[in-house]
Design a protein around this ligand. Structure first.
Ligand SMILES: [Ca+2]
Length: 268
């Protein structure tokens, strides 16, 4: 548990500092004078441009595609933190929480090829909660998608397990969490209350609580819980701990759920 928390904290720190999470870098692409103010998607390993990748701001209904040089522009001005996704066949689903600060200069986004044991559970954006939230909630000002209810659940198949290594649930991006920790870290501006953290269940067992917003949060899945065949992932919204008159779920947005295996022996 402690390891998970440390990891989430360091991931969050990275994303706060540079808007860069997994494989993402915030770079200046103006130096050769070719790309101007364009953002660009590249292959994280080869650095080659990735053309015809789908770039989306799902909560704004915005979608575009990279050109031959991997370039794209975001049609909308971004103020509040918003989840941006990049999808390309053969690559891991990628998402990044962007805001006015991170889009102030061109973004260079490195995406990674999928590995044989990666399992993509869901690439959609979901709003979990009850559509009742404060404007001051962590990043909530742009919740445009109607809530699916207080929990998300999905069944998916695992055909075989890697011979060794640990399996991790990866949550691409999450915004809107109003826990005490999110408030203390300055993510949530709600001063009068806070909520219990969303809980993650794998085959009916709680494996983690999410205390903070951020990209690329990684949760180790105990090997004993993983089945060959059908498995189930459930994410339950936390409750506002200061609303006694009725149940108020903490509204969050979540995107890109997948499972990665990591070798116990360092690959490089
Ligand atoms: Ca709510």
């Amino acid at each position: 548990m402690k390891r998970i928390k440390t990891f989430i904290l360091s991931t969050l720190f990275m994303s706060l500092c540079s808007a860069g999470a997994f494989g993402a870098i915030n770079g200046n692409v103006e130096k050769n004078g070719i790309y101007g103010d364009y953002n660009q998607v590249i292959d994280a390993k080869t650095q080659a441009p990735v053309s015809r990748a789908d770039v989306k701001l799902p909560s704004k209904g915005y979608q575009t595609r990279t050109d031959e040089q991997g370039r794209f522009s975001l049609g909308a001005k971004i103020n509040a933190p918003t989840i941006m996704s990049v999808e390309k066949e053969g690559y891991k689903p990628f998402s990044l929480t962007i805001d006015g600060q991170s889009t102030g200069k061109p973004l260079v986004i490195g995406i990674e090829k999928t590995n044989p044991h990666d399992i993509i559970i869901d690439k959609e954006l979901y709003h979990i909660g009850d559509d009742n939230y404060s404007e001051k909630s962590a990043n909530a000002s742009d919740f445009r998608i109607k809530a699916i209810g207080p929990f998300y659940t999905k069944n998916f198949n695992i055909k075989k397990l890697p011979p060794d290594g640990d399996m991790y649930l990866i949550i691409g991006s999450v915004i809107g969490i109003d826990t005490k920790m999110a408030r203390d870290m300055g993510q949530s501006k709600v001063t009068t209350s806070f909520a219990a953290p969303p809980q993650i269940y794998f085959n009916g067992n709680m494996i983690a609580e999410l205390n903070l917003n951020g990209d690329n949060q990684q949760i180790k899945i105990p090997r004993s819980l993983i089945r060959i065949g059908q498995n189930q992932l459930t994410i339950k919204a936390g409750k506002n701990l200061f609303q006694y008159a009725y149940v108020d779920y903490d509204d969050i947005e979540i995107m890109n759920l997948f499972i990665e295996s990591k070798s116990k022996i360092a690959a490089e």
